[in-house]
Design a protein around this ligand. Structure first.
Ligand code: TRP
Length: 358
């Protein structure tokens, strides 16, 4: 990875961040911010896919998500945290990119289908719901980002993004049909073809032991949870059924037990991990209770410094000021891309800039 690569990633503000966000991407962001130009998006428009009727909650969640990212160690001196809704180039590129994608292609996205199913939306989703995936291609391409650190579930969105970039470059920039992805920019394409950089643990299972950890499913451990709440949530994990192989319920597989993913991810001592795993596989009288205690302690040890840092960002005005500065930087970057794109796509007439009032 070259030193000056630009990195873009983001979250839909669903409220407070949880440890699934930490292992899935925030941890990686904190590592990346030292060496790269980083932009961290708060995708508040995407929140309207399911919550358009509670705008004030979304507004508040933007501040919460920023506060939690800062608490987890994102440094505003190094990385820009910014708001999607105050970065107009993103919406404008979404409109343009939506024209480059067959409708059926958008609907084939497995993550999109999954969300519609998990959220029980069947035929009742808004027009904007599938549109958010196109919006995500704009979020990424507007920064001409080369690399997008995300969880595994976001990979289909990255695939869509790559398709949009290829199509745009071919249609409007004369990049030849068979051009290799890495050569698009050299060949005159506005957009690099970005790659998904999937973190070590792409998908942390929730405390229900079934679904991805997610606030809306009520199976998450939040940064704002007290040590006691963490213990309680870990204690409640139901492990019995999930340890069984669905094809052969007689076989108990420790890999199917969500506790073992937590053990792997949060417990640092390799010897402890090996020991616990060995004893469990041998059926050596190690109860889930003992593993749970280990895991809860490890999670609390991770959260403690974050809880402390969070206190420094308690004031909304402090967080809003950081967001405003970050969003100003995001606008600088995306307005430049937008202008390049509009020029070749025939929609550019009057150069402009975005400026916030003091
Ligand atoms: N869809 C992402 C999520 O589920 C949020 C997101 C929006 C995003 N735009 C993005 C992530 C661009 C990475 C890059 O939270």
């Amino acid at each position: 990875m070259s030193a000056r690569e630009r990195i873009l990633t983001g979250d839909t503000p669903t409220g407070n961040l949880h440890i699934g966000h930490w292992v899935g991407s925030v941890k990686r962001r904190v590592e990346l911010q030292d060496q790269h130009e980083c932009f961290f998006l708060i995708a508040n428009l995407h929140a309207y896919t399911t919550r358009a009727d509670t705008p004030q909650d979304i507004h508040r969640d933007c501040i919460e998500v920023a506060r939690d990212a800062l608490a987890m160690g994102v440094d505003p001196a190094k990385a820009a945290i910014f708001l999607q809704s105050e970065t107009p180039a993103l919406a404008e590129l979404t409109y343009l990119f939506a024209m480059l994608l067959p409708f059926n292609r958008v609907m084939r996205n497995p993550t999109l289908k999954d969300e519609l199913q998990v959220k029980g939306l069947a035929d009742n989703y808004s027009f904007g719901f599938p549109l958010y995936t196109v919006g995500q291609t704009a979020d990424i391409l507007a920064f001409r980002a080369h690399r997008v650190p995300v969880g595994e579930d976001q990979v289909p969105h990255l695939e869509l993004t790559r398709e949009v970039a290829r199509r745009f470059n071919k249609m409007y920039c004369g990049v030849p049909d068979k051009a290799p992805d890495e050569e698009h920019e050299q060949l005159g394409g506005v957009f690099p073809i970005p790659i998904a950089d999937v973190g070590e643990v792409g998908r942390l299972v929730g405390t229900d032991g079934v679904n991805k950890m997610s606030k809306s499913l009520g199976n998450a451990i939040h940064l704002t949870d007290t040590p006691k709440q963490v213990k309680k949530k870990i204690g409640k994990i139901y492990t019995g059924q999930d340890s069984r192989d669905p094809n052969d319920p007689g076989i108990i597989d420790p890999e199917k037990n969500p506790l073992f993913q937590y053990l792997d991810v949060f417990v640092e001592c390799e010897d402890t991990k090996r020991d616990v795993r060995d004893r469990y596989e041998r059926g050596d009288n190690i109860g889930d209770g003992e593993v749970k205690m280990l895991v809860a302690d490890a999670i609390n040890a991770l959260l403690d410094p974050m809880r402390e840092r969070r206190a420094a960002f308690e004031d909304d005005a402090v967080v809003l000021d950081i967001l405003k500065q970050g969003t100003a930087r995001a606008n600088e970057a995306t307005e430049q891309t937008l202008q390049m794109a509009k020029e070749v796509a025939g929609t550019g007439f009057f150069p402009r800039s975005v400026r916030f009032e003091d």
